[in-house]
Design a binder for this molecule. Structure first.
Ligand code: PAF
Length: 295
């Protein structure tokens, strides 16, 4: 069902849908944003939208008067040997998803629009947390993520910004950035969407062959085993490692932390996170854990 038409006179409409506008430049974005009365939410994406993104858009739609979606494959967050060139680019389908989800405005800039002076000299430094977990395997990744997130917050000026818990370290760092740098926005985390067999949705799942898709279940299976064990007062991280039993998936890290990615608690809320290579595809996943005391 289409969302009811809204009036944003200053931006061009997307195709035949009067409720969703597609813009590519800041010059178009700024007046369209200024014409939005009430609260505004942003959902930042790199496109290749799936059910996980739809969930972000739904949550944003429910909690704000207007929703802006951004679609930009950010070169700054890809290492030299990563999948920037082969990352799926599906703008038409993505804009259709946004229109169906009742998004008011899609901002899809190109590289020159986002980085008119070339590579930015000044970047957001994620600090020590940006060097661990994903940051240890992907040097510079979170500098690139936080820099583009801050830029997109500046140009869209939202009241709320929605991020998936699937990228839990990213969500944690974005929360930290807005707190540390006094960015006036409320960050909302949205639970991970999974396939019925447990696989966390990701734009990168489309790289997987059927055999790799089967091997990818090792990640969610290990997390489930670890979370259950921790809830029974056993060593959740050790149980998850033992359950990560696959020749086809190569483990990068599997750790139990507190909810802020610090040392694991003896008892109470925690997070279990995993990253692994399945073929040439790097996958990540995580779950909330309630650690029971072992005594
Ligand atoms: O999660 C993503 O898709 C990206 O890291 C983000 C937040 C859109 C920044 O490029």
């Amino acid at each position: 069902m289409k969302h009811p038409t809204k009036t944003l006179r200053s931006a061009p409409r997307f195709r035949g849908d009067p409720a969703t506008a597609l813009v590519h430049t800041r010059a178009e974005l700024t007046p369209a944003r200024a014409a939005m009365p009430g609260s505004v939410a942003v959902v930042m994406t790199m496109g290749a939208l799936h059910e996980g993104h739809r969930e972000l858009l739904r949550a944003a739609r429910e909690q704000a008067d207007h929703v802006i979606a951004t679609i930009f494959v950010n070169p700054l967050q890809f290492g030299p040997n990563e999948d920037f060139d082969r990352y799926p680019r599906t703008l038409d389908a993505d804009v259709a998803v946004c229109a169906e989800a009742g998004v008011d405005l899609v901002f899809a800039p190109d590289r020159d629009e986002m980085y008119p002076s070339g590579e930015p000299m000044v970047r957001v430094n994620p600090g020590e947390l940006g060097e661990r977990l994903e940051g240890a395997s992907r040097p510079g990744f979170f500098h690139g993520v936080l820099t583009v997130v801050l830029k997109l917050l500046q140009v869209t000026r939202p009241d709320l910004a929605f991020f998936g818990e699937k990228d839990y370290q990213q969500l944690t760092l974005v929360r930290r950035m807005v707190r540390d740098l006094d960015v006036p926005v409320r960050i909302v985390g949205v639970p991970t969407v999974r396939e019925p067999d447990g696989l966390a949705l990701s734009s990168r799942n489309r790289y997987l062959t059927p055999a790799e898709r089967a091997a990818a279940l090792t990640l969610s299976g290990a997390l489930r085993a670890g979370a259950e064990a921790a809830a029974q007062g056993r060593d959740g991280e050790a149980v998850a490692r033992a359950a990560f039993d696959s020749d086809a998936a190569k483990l990068d890290y599997l750790v139990l932390t507190d909810p802020d990615l610090g040392p694991p608690p003896a008892e109470g809320p925690a997070r279990l996170l995993v990253a692994a290579w399945v073929g040439s595809t790097r996958l990540i996943d995580n779950v909330a854990v309630e650690v029971a005391s072992s005594t």
